[in-house]
Design a protein around this ligand. Structure first.
Ligand SMILES: Nc1ncnc2c1ncn2[C@@H]1O[C@H](COP(=O)(O)OP(=O)(O)OP(=O)(O)O)[C@@H](O)[C@H]1O
Ligand SMILES: [Mg+2]
Length: 648
């Protein structure tokens, strides 16, 4: 499947955006979530402090009521006068006015004088109360929370004991407890000494409020701290007082809207708060909603943990806040992604347009339309590339033209040589037989004239033989040049053929003052050649060089592999007279010679050219007049797997 560059670019952009977006979303979700929850937890801790203050205020309030009542003169007077009926009326009045559950007076030994809740006092009955004992022993006012047993409650009033009684409602997370009900109650109590005019302790006044099913404190917390705010029909803030792990006063509601009295705290909170005495702040499932909750222990006057104070904020509000924040964040992210997509698609388009132009231009060039030029717009790297492409097209066109010219020259040259070859072959053939006859008859005539050395005709006949022999040499050369038969190929080492050729010619007088410098490549691969013909070519070239140097100079012969690794190259450089530029074209033509008449046939190079061409090689000349000449022969390297050349 071919995917366009534009799609790839857009996909890459998108991939980066999506990955970054996802990471950002995850991180943001965590941070937002954590931030909001942390904030909620801080708030709930703060709210718990406020609830504690309200709870303490209530203790203070009861303490003040009891303290101030104990200070009233009528109590001293009535105790001294032993007027219990009046005491009962007065104290009961105060109890009702101050909305206390109990208000009781004892004598200096702790025996009940008046119990406002229960007017029938059994003679000599004592109050089993820690606060009273404390006041009796210390003479100081004291107040605090305390657990009151059913018996003690019954001493006051059966109604009080009934209010304290709570049946457990089973909850799955609560600590296992074999009991099913609670009969005792939890009270905020205060006790104060009643002193006579002389400062003597006359008795103890004590009063208090039962917390079981008393919603004064928890509702005050709800209204003061949370202003009774509701969220989705539910109270946003809730408060609870636990006696032990049992909810005795709460504004957490059950499904039916009634207060969730009788349910118990989870095992986890139980361990942390009731056992270890430490505060606990976390999310908690309370009755039927999740709350961000804070719990702390309630202690009695001796510091024993007897209950828990709890506040909780409805978690839903915070999770909704969290969801809204995340939704806004996601919205922004998606908008960013959409924008990035649009921008990247525009960018890709702007970038790819010139590339497409370049592609169509290269198609045109490939089709051979080298006059086509691509548009160059702007000054970007792509514009630079387009400029380079256009320049390349002009260079290609130029080179194309040069090649065409060169090729047509080569064709003309080979056609000319072929015509000349045919002509030469025809002439040579015609001349060869009569020439043979001339030589044969002349030899016969010379045979006949043996012993007549003084005869002047002998000299003439010898001249005939000499000239005819020269003619025969020319004819042979012509026939060599025109020979159409394929060479007899053999896998050979060119260095060896060169050595043998030089070995023969070096002995000639012409070479005595010629320094031959051989630079033969030792790793020259084998070539497929007709050894005799190749020797003939090399002989022609080195002879020409020696003749051009007039027997004195340097001939450098180099063999090597061409850069393309396809050919071997044999280079002959001499320091001879060189060739005039106008003659360079002609030296391979048959009969072209600059030598005096009778000294050269002008066939040497023509024959060599024919041989090299039949070997599928090339021969090339470079020359500078009066400096020297270079001949370069290239022959294809023989490879066994090559199908083009078959050894004979
Ligand atoms: N190395 C060279 N330096 C200068 N000129 C050269 C060289 N080789 C060839 N030529 C020129 O090329 C001409 C043609 O050479 P070619 O070998 O075909 O014939 P030739 O040497 O003149 O005659 P022949 O080879 O029959 O003796 C030479 O006459 C000479 O002018
Ligand atoms: Mg020659």
């Amino acid at each position: 499947m071919k995917i366009s560059l534009r799609t790839k670019l857009v996909i890459s952009f998108l991939a980066v955006i999506i990955i970054c977006g996802l990471i950002a979303t995850l991180v943001a979700m965590r941070l937002i979530g954590k931030g909001i929850i942390n904030q909620a937890q801080d708030k709930v801790k703060h709210d718990l402090n406020s609830a504690r203050e309200i709870y303490r205020e209530e203790i203070e309030n009861i303490r003040d009521i009891v303290r101030f009542t104990a200070l009233r003169f009528f109590i001293k007077d009535v105790i001294s006068a032993d007027d219990t009926d009046r005491l009962l009326i007065e104290l009961n009045e105060i109890r009702k006015m101050e909305s206390l559950d109990i208000l009781t007076l004892t004598d200096e030994n702790g025996r009940i004088i008046v119990s406002t809740r229960n007017p029938i006092v059994i003679e000599g009955e004592r109050i089993d109360d820690e606060l009273v004992s404390y006041v009796l022993s210390s003479g100081q006012v004291c107040a605090g929370t305390d657990i009151v047993s059913r018996e003690e409650l019954l001493k006051e009033d059966a109604e009080l004991a009934g209010r304290a009684y709570i049946k457990f409602i089973p909850t799955p997370k609560a600590k296992a407890n074999p009991e099913t009900e609670q009969t005792s109650g939890m009270m905020i109590k205060a006790a104060a000494p009643v002193l006579g005019y002389d400062g003597r302790l006359l008795g103890v006044l004590y009063g208090g409020n039962l917390l079981n099913r008393n919603y004064k404190i928890v509702d005050k917390v709800k209204h003061t701290v949370y202003q009774g705010v509701r969220y989705k029909g539910k109270d946003i803030g809730t408060a609870t007082i636990f006696q032990g792990d049992l909810r005795i006063s709460t504004n957490v509601k059950k499904e039916n809207g009634s207060r969730a009295i009788g349910t118990r705290v989870s095992q986890e909170v139980y361990e942390q708060v009731l056992v270890k005495g430490l505060p606990w702040v976390d999310r908690a499932f309370v009755v039927n909603n999740w709350y961000i909750s804070a719990y702390e222990p309630i202690k009695d006057i001796r510091g024993r943990i007897i209950g828990i104070l709890y506040v909780g904020i409805l978690e839903e509000k915070f999770t909704d806040m969290q969801e809204r924040a995340i939704a806004v964040f996601l919205g922004i992210m998606f908008a960013g992604m959409a924008m990035a997509l649009i921008v990247s698609s525009f960018l890709a388009r702007g970038l790819l347009h010139p590339i497409r132009d370049l592609v169509s231009a290269s198609h045109e060039w490939a089709r051979g339309n080298l006059d086509y030029r691509t548009k160059i717009t702007g000054s970007s790297e792509i514009a630079e590339l387009a400029e380079t492409f256009n320049f390349m097209a002009s260079s290609l066109k130029e080179r194309d033209e040069k090649l065409k010219e060169y090729a047509s020259q080569q064709i003309m040259k080979s056609e000319r040589l072929a015509t000349l070859g045919q002509l030469a072959a025809g002439v040579a053939h015609e001349i060869n037989n009569p020439l043979g006859a001339v030589l044969m008859y002349t030899h016969l005539a010379l045979e006949d004239m043996k012993g007549k050395e003084k005869d002047v005709r002998i000299k003439n006949l010898e001249k005939v033989v000499m000239e005819a022999s020269r003619c025969r040499d020319i004819v042979r050369g012509l026939l060599d040049f025109a020979r159409q038969s394929e060479p007899t190929m053999k896998e050979s080492d060119i260095n060896g053929i060169l050595e043998r050729t030089l070995g023969i010619v070096e002995n000639q007088a012409l070479f005595h003052n010629v320094h031959i410098n051989k630079i033969f490549s030792p790793s020259l691969p084998k070539v497929l050649v007709d050894v005799g013909q190749m020797q003939q070519v090399f002989t022609n070239i080195v002879l020409n060089s020696a003749e051009a140097m007039e027997g004195t100079g340097e001939l450098k012969i180099t063999t090597r592999i061409t850069d393309d690794n396809e050919h071997i190259e044999i280079e002959f450089i001499d320091t001879g007279c060189g060739i005039q530029p106008e003659n360079c074209e002609k030296i391979f033509d048959p009969f072209f010679t600059t030598k005096e008449v009778g000294h050269g046939t002008g066939l040497g190079l023509a024959v060599s050219y024919g041989i090299i061409t039949r070997h599928k090689g090339t021969i090339e000349v470079k020359s500078e007049p009066s400096k020297g000449t270079t001949f370069i022969i290239r022959l294809p390297i023989y490879r066994k797997e090559s199908l083009n050349v078959q050894p004979n």
